[in-house]
Design a binder for this molecule. Structure first.
Ligand SMILES: O=C1O[C@H](COP(=O)(O)O)[C@@H](O)[C@H](O)[C@H]1O
Length: 250
């Protein structure tokens, strides 16, 4: 089951970040009420970090029982622990260090100086194993859309975007630095109840138009292949929506 993409266009990136943070709080509270806990997949990049900063500034974040939230990552830059370019480092600085999270439920992807050393394939396999023991699908999985339509570390044309079986794979020679990364695959992404694709700014306009055109192949436009089982939501600002055909943007 896949959900047809739905679009929400906000005035600007600040409002988009705040509205997405509010939406996330509501979904997490609802998931906890329904199932006792919630699982959320975080994204790196400007828009993902914007949402975390908005959450940090929102008093409503206290409506969430953070000890009953599992946090996962859609991708990670394969760098030493604490490196400022790691998505988890940026997330900790933007928000996580302020929350009463259960450390056992913060599922950061392995670092290049961790127990697998610089073996990125072993690191990806170990994250897949961690994921396999987790109960239930992700409630909300957020993906920042890159200007080239990449999501997580699934870049157009690279082998990772063609993966059909494994849930987590290593990425080499990514066109955006750093070249070595770990990523969830499209089959893993598509298990999520809700997939939210975030795109703000003029440099994302072409990517949004390409991915939403309806005839895009995920291998060429990975964002086009990201769907949730219950909901696929594109959260845009006006600048990112500026190249969409009028029937989609309204
Ligand atoms: O490198 C990455 O880039 C994408 C998009 O980032 P943005 O700054 O263009 O919004 C991000 O989704 C991904 O997690 C990250 O590793």
């Amino acid at each position: 089951m896949t959900a047809t993409p739905r679009l929400v266009v906000h005035r600007d990136k600040e409002l988009m970040a705040q509205a997405t943070a509010a939406r996330l709080i509501t979904e997490v509270v609802d998931a906890q009420a329904a199932r006792g806990s919630a699982s959320v997949v975080l994204t790196g990049g400007r828009n993902g970090n914007g949402v975390l900063a908005a959450l940090a500034g929102s008093p409503a974040r206290d409506a969430v029982d953070w000890e009953r939230v599992d946090l996962w990552w859609g991708d990670e830059r394969f760098l030493p622990d604490g490196d400022p370019d790691r998505n988890v480092t940026q997330a900790r600085r933007a928000l996580l260090d302020e929350l009463p999270l259960d450390p056992a439920r913060v599922h950061a992807m392995p670092a290049s100086d961790g127990r697998h050393g610089d073996d990125v394939d072993a690191a990806a396999t170990s994250y897949a194993a961690e994921l396999a023991v987790a109960a239930g699908p992700f409630d909300v999985l957020m993906l920042g859309v890159g200007p080239d339509t990449h999501v997580a570390s699934l870049f157009p044309g690279l082998p990772a975007v063609r993966e059909e079986k494994r849930t987590v794979v290593a990425v080499r020679e990514a066109p955006k630095p750093p070249p070595t990364r770990i990523t969830l695959t499209l089959p893993a992404i598509r298990t999520a109840r809700q997939v939210w694709l975030l795109a703000a700014g003029e440099d994302k306009a072409k990517a949004a138009a390409t991915a939403l055109a309806g005839d895009a192949e995920p291998v060429d436009a990975p964002a086009a292949g990201a769907h949730g089982t219950a909901r696929t939501l594109w959260l845009l600002d006006r600048a990112a929506a500026s190249a969409l055909p009028p029937e989609l943007a309204s």
